[in-house]
Design a protein around this ligand. Structure first.
Ligand code: NAD
Length: 501
């Protein structure tokens, strides 16, 4: 099949008229002499001129966060902090449409998706962790001593300090608040570095923090890139006590090296090459619907998304045909159109990467079941970063298409015969984030879920998230777990107090 080359993007040139997006430092919005352009992934329009933080501005943000630890924020009781975080969640909900518009403008994702997932979860992340902190006890041990008087031990949770929060672009508000919610609930202060692709909702949250009455310096945002820019300035800053990161595995490794200076803890949520495992006894329609969603939701830009589909042989041809029909029924279009099922990729740069895999699959001899190129879009959308939802067969587990994270709307579908075989093949991968198992056999479901080397295993579902449960990746997909009480492990120092009676 022919790979259609993307047209050279006809982008608006930089204009001083595009609205600015500024840093939020010490409770105030501040710009920078240096700015970069943010283009719409939908039509290539210039939508914002984003301030790029200098080292001095990152330093100012870290100092503001440090000062806030020792200011009114540090003196609040848990109940008072919880009340403020509830006010932040309410503030997001009150300005729901503003957050929705900002998120959709930055990412190009369908508004229907952001309305149901990104923005409500952004608000929920503050409430859930406020509740966790309010309700989770610490431990207590009574011990005997040789003199018979005894001693008491009890544990106290204390904030770690200033947390550096480095975020990706695929679910910007959701993933940022997934870190900021628990960090603040535990009494820390934060400096957030949103992705350069999606600066707007993090900035908007600054306004909500101010109107909710969160003291200045508690929540700070610095914009910019990774190496040689705000990401590096933040993660190498000695005033940052811990770093929490979501993004690519390679970036996570660089951040881990930066964090080694000063022996600072890291929590890393990184890439995946997630498998769906479809057994012949599954509920066929549910497995097709769930697999389509897991391959194509958010244009395939979900860390938990499926890029390898293993289908038991008796079902293979029928399943591939059903996936093909589903992919071809996917409507690509403007985010605001309720009929739109899939938006564009985040940027032309990312599209170049995804298309390089589309080409590689063909060079390696894959059968292109559907897609494989750039769709024909109406002229007003032609400068967007569109790609076709794509399915391949005919390649094995050793091909880069089966091994490397592509992060696009695409999957390689492969047949398997036995449970033992599929387990071996799924686990033979450097990543270990998530899996979706489709079967009607409960015994098999338990066995396979237990044996697959991942942080999150779904049975007969995908992306069903209870925020109290542990979230994170095995192998090169992550270090640490967040969610519910697990977030407390990272965002607090647990201190034992021993009292001799
Ligand atoms: P990325 O690693 O390119 O960038 C993430 C963030 O790190 C950005 O803010 C970027 O500016 C910053 N950064 C880049 N280099 C840096 C450096 N050297 N020092 C400090 N900061 C640096 O990731 P992305 O392209 O934004 O996001 C997509 C990736 O995120 C995919 O690999 C996806 O699987 C992963 N992801 C993982 C999860 C998870 O929960 N495991 C969730 C969402 C996305």
């Amino acid at each position: 099949m022919l790979i259609i080359e993307p047209q050279a993007p006809a982008r608006a040139s930089a204009s001083a008229d595009a609205p600015p997006v500024d840093h939020f430092i010490d409770g105030a919005f501040v710009g920078s002499a240096k700015r970069f352009d943010k283009h719409s992934p939908v039509d290539g329009r210039l939508i914002a001129r984003v301030a790029e933080a200098s080292r001095e501005q990152v330093d100012a943000a870290v100092r503001a966060a440090r000062a806030a630890l020792h200011g009114p924020w540090g003196g609040l009781s848990v109940a008072q902090r919880v009340e403020l975080l509830y006010a932040v969640a309410d503030g997001i909900n009150r300005r729901f449409d503003d957050f929705l518009a900002a998120e959709v403008a930055d990412t190009g994702k369908p508004a229907s998706l952001a309305r149901h997932v990104d923005i409500p979860r952004g608000a929920a992340n503050f409430k859930v962790f406020a509740d966790v902190v309010k309700n989770v006890p610490t431990e207590f041990f009574e011990m005997a001593t040789p003199d018979g008087a005894g001693a008491l031990n009890y544990a106290l949770r204390r904030p770690v300090g200033v947390i550096g929060v480095v975020c990706p672009w695929n679910l910007p508000l959701l993933l940022m608040t997934w870190k900021v919610g628990p960090a603040l609930a535990c009494g820390n202060t934060v400096v957030v570095k949103p992705s350069e692709e999606t600066p707007q909702t993090a900035a908007l949250l600054g306004e909500v923090m101010n109107s909710a009455g969160v003291p200045r310096g508690v929540y700070n945002v610095v914009h910019g890139f990774g190496p040689g820019s705000a990401g590096e300035f933040l993660t190498t800053h000695p005033g940052v006590n811990a770093i929490t990161f979501t993004g690519e595995t390679r970036t996570g490794a660089a951040i881990m090296k930066a964090a080694a200076d000063g022996a600072r803890p890291v929590s890393l949520e990184m890439g995946g090459k997630n498998a769906a495992v479809v057994f012949a006894d599954c509920d066929f329609d549910a497995a097709v619907e769930g697999t389509l969603r897991s391959c194509f939701a958010n244009c395939g830009q979900v860390c938990l998304g499926t890029e390898r589909v293993y289908v038991q042989r008796p079902l293979f041809d029928r399943f591939v045909q059903a996936l093909k029909r589903g992919a071809e029924a996917m409507r690509l279009g403007r985010p605001q159109d309720p009929a739109t099922g899939m938006g564009p990729l985040i940027s032309h740069e990312h599209r170049d990467k995804v298309l390089s895999y589309y080409r590689k699959a063909v060079e390696l001899g894959a059968t292109v079941v559907t897609g494989g190129g750039v769709p024909d879009m109406p002229p007003e959308l032609a400068a967007g970063s569109w790609v076709q939802p794509t399915l391949w067969t005919g390649l094995g587990d050793d091909s880069p298409i089966a091994r490397e994270e592509i992060f696009g709307p695409c999957a390689l579908v492969m047949p398997f015969d036995t449970e033992e075989e599929v387990l071996r093949r799924v686990n033979d991968n450097d990543y270990g984030l998530a899996t979706a198992i489709w079967t009607a056999d409960l015994k098999r479901a338990h066995h396979v879920a237990g044996a697959i080397e991942v942080g999150i295993a779904w049975v007969n579902s995908w992306f069903l998230r209870d925020l109290r449960t542990p979230f994170g990746g095995a192998k090169q997909s992550g270090i640490g777990r967040e969610g519910g009480v697990h977030s407390l492990e990272f965002y607090t120092e647990l201190k034992n107090v021993c009292i001799k009676l």
